[in-house]
Ligand binder design. Structure first.
Ligand code: SF4
Length: 706
């Protein structure tokens, strides 16, 4: 077995060690060395590792060193497979690839380390699709100016990566020219010699380290799980050692890859690629397929009729589904619903759609079967087959919806999407989605069982140093045949002196009417004391809007700018927040994690409500029902640990560097008044506290900050 030399690796990261000397502003950190030791064991003992590493531990170097030593061959002459490192964000991916890996390599002397960064397929240009789009006018409204710019860029770009473009193309434009897995012709493609994706994969085949994001990782793992196997290259070359950074996000990241959905817009797009008519001109792949036929009779009219039938069935289904979701935007098919309306109205439409899709795909398959071998290998046929598969998946989803009572392990729901873009031209539409009720067995079989070492690292994996909740959600808990190692590695930052945790004892309970008024008033007053530099986190956009308007009146006269999520795209909003030191940012959801604002840009984090997920999330509701059904307590087993994890993420926004200093104010009285509130407090590092009236907190805050 290939083993790595633990002593050698540890000494290189100790004071005066070869790698330590290369790190700017190196400080010896016990937690980092302990984490490094655990990960080395993970490699040498073929173990699964769960590690919670607080901010500032230096986790990336603690996993890069063993990964690189292993990939270079450890005690063997050469390694046979690469180590894959997966991160939640492209930013962290780039930091590892551009800074951290070269730094570690520079401390390892003469060795040549080959690393490759791979982003999700949709980030790369597909030359074949670009060429097709240029030849055939797309079905939907389109910006040809942008297409021209992409075409010019395609002649000089080396990677075909979207981030290299000097402008941000519209989704509709990029969506018609980017690479898509089931539309890729691979070795049958006439562009294969110049293809960016194929050349990147070739590079990855000989890499020691491949840095991917969770999106790409799960695209690869889902394909392997669904039959492609673990021995051959799929999207990534075969691998058996995996490091997952920001591992707390894998359940969400994996969900879409093990789910299926369809919508009117999506189906129309596929049908449009098969056949569309503009004035008297007929376009699409089926026109080209019919031209390959040797019959006297032209089958195109029949195919066009079959497509028209599907369009009508989809329209009817979509209208009824949108109607069903008119009160709540989401309609979940659960055993408790009254199914008389479904039987009368929705199921017949689903059955019609399924029948019409099967009719069309059957006709097309007959035509393909009649082709000789040479014509059957034509790229047009490959692309038609890919579209048929997408249509048949939608037909299968229709069938599953009609037999929903038999699919107890799936969550099935319809969501109405309010399409406000280009109002007047676009209308609301529905999406039918099928998602596994429990991802744990799937993650166990696709991630943890097939790989020899899987290291999961994050700042939030445990609750009070207990990994049970996360281990249960991701399937590690049910693994018995493998060693599972775990450890918590506390942040070296001086929280006990540098952070004041405050919660007003006079805040009304969040379900009382006066609560919002309190939040509106308190957020402005708190931010006035800190001189702005605040991140105000919400669980609802409605509450955010109200507090933002109120705080603006209080803060803007003081020269403090109030930014609000929804007024700009996420990246620009964050940039404005970072550039304007005293500004305040009012935000929800995604801003609870991933905001890195070190120094005086962020001196106050306000958590308005404990982040329990709001009712209405169909997956959460179905999972709660399943826990209840087996006699468990959904609040204790699901809602509470989920909220504690998110709370820790929100709290973690404040201190990003050891010299940072500031206040975290929690405006939810349940923190102090409910027995479970202690679980939230205990899950944080020790800080100074101020649990008193809002007026007293403002005084304490002033004394603490100044
Ligand atoms: S091989 Fe696939 S990604 Fe590459 S150009 Fe052809 S279709 Fe596009």
């Amino acid at each position: 077995m290939n083993k790595i030399d633990g002593d050698l690796i540890i000494s290189s990261l100790c004071e005066g060690g070869a790698v330590a000397q290369k790190l700017p502003s190196y400080e010896p950190r016990q937690a980092q060395l302990d984490l490094l030791r655990l990960i080395i064991r993970g490699f040498n003992e073929d173990a699964l590792v769960m590690a919670e590493a607080g901010t500032g531990v230096g986790k990336s170097f603690a996993y890069l060193l063993p990964a690189i030593h292993f990939a270079l061959g450890g005690d063997k002459k050469s390694a046979d497979k690469p180590v894959v490192i997966s991160t939640a964000t492209i930013t962290l991916q780039q930091q590892l690839y551009e800074k951290d890996i070269p730094l570690v390599a520079s401390g390892m002397g003469d060795v040549k380390i080959k690393s490759v960064i791979m982003k999700g397929r949709g980030n790369y240009l597909c030359l074949r699709r670009l060429n097709d789009t240029l030849q055939e006018p797309p079905v939907f409204d389109f910006d040809y100016e942008e297409l021209k710019r992409i075409t010019i860029w395609s002649r000089t770009t080396k990677t075909g990566g979207k981030s290299e473009l000097d402008f941000m193309p519209a989704d509709s434009v990029w969506g018609s020219v980017c690479s898509e897995s089931d539309l890729c012709l691979g070795n049958h493609c006439q562009w294969r010699e110049q293809c960016f994706i194929l050349s990147l994969r070739k590079e990855a085949n000989s890499a020691h380290i491949i840095v991917v994001n969770h999106h790409l990782l799960f695209a690869d793992l889902a394909a392997r799980y669904h039959g492609a196997g673990y021995e051959n290259a799929v999207i990534l070359p075969p691998f058996s050692r995996l490091i997952i950074d920001e591992a707390h996000t894998i359940e969400n990241a994996a969900t879409s890859f093990f789910s299926s959905d369809f919508s009117r817009a999506g189906l129309f797009r596929q049908l449009g690629r098969l056949y569309n008519k503009r004035r008297a001109n007929r376009h699409g792949l089926l026109v080209r397929l019919c031209a390959m036929q040797t019959f006297n009779e032209d089958p195109l009219e029949n195919l066009a009729d079959a497509i028209q039938k599907i369009r009508s069935s989809v329209e009817e289904l979509d209208d009824r589904a949108v109607q069903m979701c008119s009160l709540e935007n989401i309609y979940r098919l659960s055993p408790s619903i009254d199914e008389s309306y479904l039987k009368k109205s929705l199921f017949p439409c689903l059955k019609n759609l399924r029948r019409d899709i099967q009719n069309l795909t059957g006709m097309i398959r007959d035509l393909i079967e009649n082709l000789n071998e040479e014509k059957a290998g034509d790229p047009v046929v490959w692309e038609i087959k890919a579209i048929i598969r997408r249509l048949e998946n939608a037909a299968e989803t229709c069938d599953v919806f009609c037999k929903y009572r038999k699919h107890e392990n799936d969550v099935l729901w319809i969501e109405k999407i309010n399409n406000s873009k280009n109002s007047g031209q676009m209308r609301n539409f529905s999406v039918f989605t099928r998602t596994p009720l429990d991802l744990a067995p799937i993650l166990k079989d696709s991630v943890f069982s097939p790989n020899k070492t899987v290291v999961c690292v994050s700042a939030t994996l445990a609750i009070n140093e207990d990994f049970s909740y996360w281990a249960g959600r991701c399937g590690i808990k049910s693994i018995e045949e493998r060693p599972v190692l775990s450890g918590c590695f506390p942040s070296p930052f001086p929280y006990s002196n540098a952070v004041l945790l405050a919660s007003p004892s006079d805040a009304p309970p969040p379900d009382e009417e006066s609560y919002q008024e309190f939040v509106d008033k308190a957020s402005g007053r708190l931010a006035a004391i800190s001189g702005g530099s605040a991140l105000v986190l919400f669980t609802s956009y409605q509450s955010l809007t109200s507090a933002h308007s109120a705080a603006k009146m209080e803060l803007e006269p003081l020269g403090i700018r109030c930014l609000k999520q929804g007024d700009d795209d996420r990246t620009r909003l964050l940039q404005n927040f970072l550039n304007d030191e005293s500004s305040c940012l009012f935000a929800t959801d995604s801003f609870w994690e991933g905001v890195d604002a070190p120094g005086d840009t962020l001196r106050l984090v306000i958590i308005c409500r404990l982040p329990f997920r709001t009712p209405g999330d169909p997956i959460l509701e179905a999972r709660r029902e399943a826990i209840e059904k087996r006699g468990g307590n959904p609040f204790l087993e699901l809602s509470l640990p989920q909220a504690v994890m998110k709370f820790k993420q929100g709290f973690g926004r404040l201190m990003r560097r050891s010299a940072d200093r500031g206040v975290v104010a929690v405006l939810d009285s349940r923190l102090l008044k409910k027995s479970y509130g202690q679980l939230f407090i205990n899950s944080l590092p020790e800080t100074k506290t101020s649990f008193t009236s809002l007026d007293n907190i403002l005084n304490d805050m002033e004394n603490f900050l100044y």
